[in-house]
Structures are given as C-alpha cells and as structure tokens.
Design a protein around this ligand. Structure first.
Ligand code: BGC
Length: 774
C-alpha cells in the first residue's frame, strides 16, 4: 500500500518533530470540492496529495471491488447474514461467545473457509477504550480541534490505529463529527467544535491517519445527534438548507476527503424518521451523492427495523444478535434471523443483502485487512503513546487570558521560574492527575485512576470520572525547584486563599466532567451538588475567594464544554486545557512556564451566559428538538444577533504577538479563491499562529454574517514573517439551493478577511468578485 505508507510516514513525521513544522507556502490550484488548504505542514501536504484520488488509488479500489464481488458470490445466505450483524457487546460481557482476547464494543465472526477474518471493533474517540490494555489517552478531540493542525489530526488517527491493531481490532469507533449546536451536550469533548469546515477537515485527516494503518475509521453519529437528552427518542427537526450548510457539511467533507470505511448512523430521528432507517440520509445523500463506498453501521441499538432500515441503506447492525442475553436487556436484532426471513420472503432483495456484504468486504480488502488481519495479543508502545499524547497536548491548550497583576506591566504568564519563591497550587485534584471525559468516548487509565473514592468501574456505565496519573502539581514543582510549592485541595477555600495571599502566584485548577448519555445542566463550573460524584466543593466560590487575596492568580480549566466565568475580571490568567490526556500535567506545566508557546485557538464559542445560546434551555419533555436558529450555528448565531461572547470562535493568545499585512485575493480558473497575506511574528519568542480566513457572502442570500473558509497554521521564529496562500475551494463559498437540491455559488462580490479570530478587530479585508457556479 504505497499510499498508506506515504501517509503513515507523513503523519509520524509530524509527531516525531515534537512541534509544528510548517512548510513554505505555495499556491496550489484546487478543484471544486477538494481539500481547502494549500498548506498546513510539509508533512501533511504530501499526505493530502497522496490521499487524493489518483490512478493508483482508483486501481486499488477497482481491484477491491472485483475481489469483493467474487467473495460475495461464494457466500451462502447464512454466511452473508452472519457478516452484517454484531454478536453482542464484549466489553460488558453481553452476547458472544467471543474469543477470549476480545473486549471492545463489537465482534463479528469471519468466514474462515473463504479467508474472511473476524472484525472486532473498539471505541476510540481520544484513544482506544479497551480495559487493561494500557492504551494511550490522547487529549480529547475538542483539544485536537483546538490545534487547528491538520497534520496532527492525521497523527492522532495513526496513533489510535496502531494501538487498535496491536490489540487485534481492525476497526475504531472514533471520529465523532457532530457539531456543537448545544454546548451542554455531554459529548462535546468527543467532537470538534461548531464549524463544519474545521470539523470536517480535521476528521478527514484523522481518518486518513487511521486507515493508513490498515484499520477502518468511523465517522459518527450521522446525523443531527447534537444533544444527549432523550438521544434515543428525540426527533431533530431541521430544514434542508440548515442541515446541508451546517452538520451535513462536516460529514460531507469528512466522507469525501477522508474516505472512511465506516459511517455510524445515530440514535435520534431526523425529521420524523430514525437516522438508521432514513433513506435520504443513508442512500440518497451519503452513498449516491457523496460516493461513500464503505458500510453504514448502526449505533448500538439504534436500529429499529428490518425491511425499512435495510432498504434505507443500513449495512450493519450493532450490537446485533446477543442470543439469549438479548431478551433480558430488551435488545432485539432485526438483522439476524429476521433479515434472513425478509430476504427469503423477498421483502429485502438479495441484491441489497449482497450490497451490505460487498461494502464490508471491499473496505476490508481496500484497507489491507482481509490479506493482513490484525493479530491480537500485542502490547501497546506506551513510550511512543506518551510522546504523541504530549505533542498533541502542547498544541491543544488555549491561552484565554494573560493580564497583569496590579503594580506590574508584565503579563502573568509565562511564569519565570527564577523569580518565584512560593507557588500555591489549588484544587482540581492537581496533586494527582488530570481529568478525562466519560462514556464510550473515555479511555481507561493505563495505570489506574488517580482519584480514588468514586470508583470508575466500566467507563460505559459510570458517573465517576477517570483521572490520569499525570500530576500538574508535580510537573510545576519540577519547573521551579528553588520555589516552595504547596498544594491545597480546595475544600477549605479560606485556607487556600490565605496561602495565596502570601505566595508569588496561585494556580487554581477547575474541572467539569461530562459524559455520553447526559447533558450538562448548565455551563457553570459544577459544584458538589451539580456533580456529587466528582466535585468536593463550590469551584466558583473557591476561585472568587482566592482571587480576592492572591497577588497573582491563574485558573487552569480541565473541561469538555465551555464554562461560564463569573470571576474572569478578578483573575490574571486563564488556561483552557480541555481533557488533556495522559501527559496533561506535564503539558500544562510546559505552557505555564513558557517551555511551549501556546498556539491553540477555540473551535467553539464560549458564551457569557446560557441565555445567550440559540437554545436557552434543553427541554426534556419535548421530544422535538427544533433547530429554529436555522443556519446560525455557533459563532454565526453570536455574529448575527450581535451577542458579545465571553471568548469568540477562533480565539487564543500566545506569548508572542503577530501582525497580518498585505491581503490580496484572486480567483483561479476553477472559481476557487486564493487569499495571500503575510503573517509576522512581532514579538520575542518563536510561535505558531492559526491565521483564519472568513468570507462574507453577497447580501440577499440569507446567509449569516461570516463563515470560516480556510486557515493556515504558520510557525514563525521571533521577528520572522511569512507569506501564506490559503486556497478557498469554490464550494466553501456555496449555499444550498433547496429548489435544485444542490450547491450553488452565487456570482457577486465576496468579502474575504484574514483574521486571528472570528472577532478580530484588526482583520484584513479585501473584496473578490466570484462568478456563478452550479
Ligand atoms: C455510542 C457510540 C459508541 C457505541 C459503542 C454508543 O452508545 O453512542 O458512540 O461507539 O455506543 O460503544
């Protein structure tokens, strides 16, 4: 697999470098619908080029098609049925029998007489969710998205795939691309924010990384599954244009550019039809329009029918047939004996069953799994995993505030170890570890939970958080060996505050745990009533108490969703670490002390209050989730409504400063727009800037004020400047035409802005004239 190897080398290179390594930028002409970025890194531009359809790529696909067709013709009806449904949930011991090594989320036996291997699958949102396997907990996907580093997303997918494969899994269930319409969604940490282009592009890169390792990548949860409240029964009511221009666009980019082998349909209904039996979503759009060649897999128990779902385009049911255990748990299989009967009765044509099997086999052949199935029993390379986790964490931590203490004109960060005599570290279990999100998107702690008392048990079922043994306190002490560094657990706010009063700096850790299955009640930092399993005290009260006394105070957040910050004006620094993974403590200390210059930017808006959200409350009694805000997803809402966010989309500070100049725009023969501008590092440290490009469409189209159309992450030494070219494919300027049911670029004058965030008041602006395109 030459292509796969090229991608693997590229993405491995990105991580081995340990930091961002960006290439010189050259304008590349881009065709309609191809990758939007002329640049990101030297490494990735190779990977991206390699991943584009080529003669070689097409030939491999054709061979896979031919081989799969031959195999389908040799299978019996029973064998075909066996291949299209799971046999239970190994990780919780339901169903089976499973081979002894299998854990994970699902298992489908193979057909040994034809050399078809079994397919074991495991959750892998931010690392492989298999117990006792010592897998690497990477920073959560929301942190990966904050890096805006496409090469890093490839490396992320590669790391996870290597660990899946060495444990025997040929499919990973990572890759959530649902958009943050509702930031209280308990799975916000598993997704990549609120913008379809950022999410889709990062997902495609991640998928290519995973599939370069001969592992099937999954893109999920298709579609409009944007909150957890009533997730199995709610009906997302959303108009065609809104769907296409928001969440479906993220899926479209993820599928067209990443070529995933697996798309998981979601639990909810979309406009009255269950997502897993929705012919428009599964067949018309995904398979026919986007050319998806892989299989559609149901989320676990999201299939509700035999004929309707089979005919709509569902190819694999999970967890499938649990045997005797199924009845006890009310889990019914519609794709085992019921599907066989439907095929025999002719209500599901055998050609549809053949297509289900064909899609699975051609994916396994194309990704090298059929010829080279994984062998279980290997062990994870923890050294490599830790190295990769640290590299991702360094690029995922967002610096949100860096003010000065009274009497000083120096920003509080980075901390200068030599000048510090005393540091107090407070709260958030920072003495022992860092927080992780829960549910299937969690990753077990390789060496046990750092926080005892509330035992995590199986992360699929527990309300207890997992804390990785990566202590920020220990890492901070190591950075300032001559200083007295003391820890207060936060339960006694007065004691912590009085210690802070006499210390040079107080660093308060604040946490917000979230998990699949439940939404957050609000965006406040939880106290011990809101989250009795994981919190011991009122976090906002603690921060206020310390802020009232401390000479300098920095708040470090470990969270999956935005939080409100009633204390923001009283603290000097705020560091957004998300769920930073198994090297989180070290990464936080590296940022605090300036060994790493922060380069991450928010992939999601932080509102000032819940009342500012498009959906001010989540109503558990109303099963219709009406997307009444239409196109106004995320920052589009705040822009259109003139609401001042706490921190806008695309925002993030650095220890250096950047300036933008000389924006010029032009179109190429394909109608793509090329934005050229110079980014200069005007400060005294090396850094990397995420330079964003936004477009405002001509008036009268009913579009939000602006949309992200591209970006470049540029690494610059102190004083260095670099000209960048961001290629904006014509399609990024399109709107969805509900009459022709297709994308349309309207001819007219478009405003293009080069900006450091969606609300950059110094953004450069230039108009470009664009022609009509259907
Ligand atoms: C989740 C999926 C997950 C599956 C298997 C479901 O509850 O929604 O994201 O992949 O379980 O664990």
């Amino acid at each position: 697999m030459r292509i796969a190897k090229q991608i693997a080398v590229a993405v491995a290179g990105a991580l081995c470098a340990g930091s961002v390594a960006y290439a010189d930028q050259a304008a590349t002409s881009n065709t309609w619908g191809s990758s939007p970025f002329s640049i990101v890194s030297q490494f990735f531009s190779q990977a991206s080029a390699a991943a584009q359809p080529s003669a070689d790529w097409k030939e491999k696909g054709d061979i896979a098609d031919r081989r799969a067709a031959v195999l389908v013709s040799q299978l019996t009806l029973d064998e075909k049925i066996q291949l299209v449904h799971g046999t239970g949930i190994p990780t919780v011991g339901l169903g089976g029998p499973f081979p002894s090594w299998v854990q994970g989320a699902g298992y489908i036996p193979g057909v040994s007489r034809l050399g078809i291997p079994p397919l074991a699958t495991a959750d892998s949102a931010g690392g492989v969710n298999v117990q006792n396997a010592h897998t690497t907990a990477l920073p959560a996907p929301i942190g990966l998205a904050s890096s805006w580093n496409v090469a890093l997303a490839g490396a992320y997918g590669t790391r996870i795939a290597r660990e899946l494969r060495v444990l025997g899994y040929a499919e990973g269930l990572g890759g959530g691309v649902n958009l943050a319409r509702e930031p209280r969604d308990g799975r916000t940490f598993e997704y990549m924010g609120e913008d379809p282009v950022l999410t889709g592009t990062m997902s495609a890169a991640r998928t290519m990384g995973t599939q370069s390792q001969n592992v099937i990548a999954t893109v999920k949860h298709y579609a409009m599954n944007d909150q957890e409240t009533n997730r199995m029964t709610s009906n997302s009511v959303v108009d065609e244009r809104t769907m296409r221009e928001t969440e479906l666009l993220a899926f479209e980019i993820a599928v067209r550019e990443g070529h995933p082998g697996n798309v998981m349909c979601s639990y909810n209904l979309v406009n009255g039809v269950y997502a897993c039996q929705n012919p428009e979503l599964l067949t018309t759009i995904l398979k026919n329009e986007w050319g998806f060649k892989g299989k559609v897999q149901s989320d676990w128990t999201a299939n509700h029918s035999t004929v309707a779902s089979a005919m709509a385009g569902l190819d694999e049911e999970q967890p499938g047939d649990l045997g005797a255990a199924g009845a006890g748990f009310g889990i019914q299989s519609y794709f085992s004996s019921a599907l066989k009967a439907a095929v025999q009765a002719g209500s599901v044509p055998v050609s549809r069953l053949n297509d289900m099997v064909f899609r699975k086999l051609r994916t396994m052949i194309a990704l090298g799994i059929l010829d080279n199935p994984p062998t279980p029993g290997g062990s994870v390379d923890q050294t490599a995993g830790n190295r990769d986790a640290l590299a991702v964490a360094h690029e995922s931590i967002v610096l949100l505030k860096n003010g000065s203490a009274s009497g000083s004109n120096q920003p509080v960060l980075p901390l200068a170890a030599g000048g510090l005599h005393s540091i107090v570290v407070i709260g958030g279990h920072a003495d022992v570890g860092v927080l992780s999100g829960g549910g299937s998107g969690g990753v077990p702690a390789a060496d046990g939970n750092a926080v005892s008392g509330c035992q995590s048990g199986n992360p699929l079922l527990s309300t207890c958080a997992t804390w990785y043994k990566s202590s920020p306190y220990t890492a901070i002490k190591a950075k300032a060996p001559q200083a007295t560094v003391t820890f207060f657990d936060g339960t006694n706010a007065a004691a912590a505050a009085s210690a802070a009063a006499s210390a040079d700096v107080a660093i308060v850790f604040a946490t917000q745990w979230e998990s699949e299955g439940t939404d957050l009640a609000n965006l406040s930092l939880p106290d011990n009533k809101a989250d009795p399993s994981n919190q011991l005290y009122d976090q906002n009260a603690l921060i206020n108490a310390v802020a009232a006394k401390a000479k300098r105070i920095i708040v470090v957040l470990e969270n999956g969703s935005p939080v409100t910050m009633p204390w923001l004006a009283s603290v000097h620094g705020v560091v957004e670490a998300w769920y930073p993974g198994v090297q989180g403590g070290q990464a936080i200390a590296d940022i605090l002390f300036g060994d790493v210059n922060p380069s991450a930017k928010l992939p999601i808006t932080f509102p000032r209050q819940e009342a500012d959200l498009p959906q001010p409350t989540i109503d558990p009694n109303n099963l219709n989730v009406v997307y009444s805000e239409g196109l106004l997803m995320g920052y589009r809402w705040y822009d259109a409504k003139n609401i001042d966010p706490l921190f806008p989309f695309g925002y993030g500070l650095s220890y250096t400063t950047y300036s933008y100049s000389g924006l010029r725009t032009r179109t190429d023969h394909g109608g793509n727009v090329i934005a050229t501008f110079t980014v200069a590092n005007t400060g005294s440290r090396a850094g990397a800037e995420v330079a964003q490009v936004y477009a405002t469409l001509p008036p009268g189209l009913g579009e939000p004020p602006q949309r992200l159309v591209g970006w470049a992450k540029v690494a610059l030494r102190a004083g260095q400047s670099q000209q960048v070219n961001v290629v904006i494919p014509a399609r990024r300027l399109a709107t969805w035409n509900v009459t022709t049911h297709s994308w349309q670029v309207h001819g007219g004058s478009y405003e293009i802005r080069a900006a450091s965030s969606s609300r950059d008041t110094n953004a450069l602006s230039e108009r470009v004239s664009v022609g009509d395109m259907h």
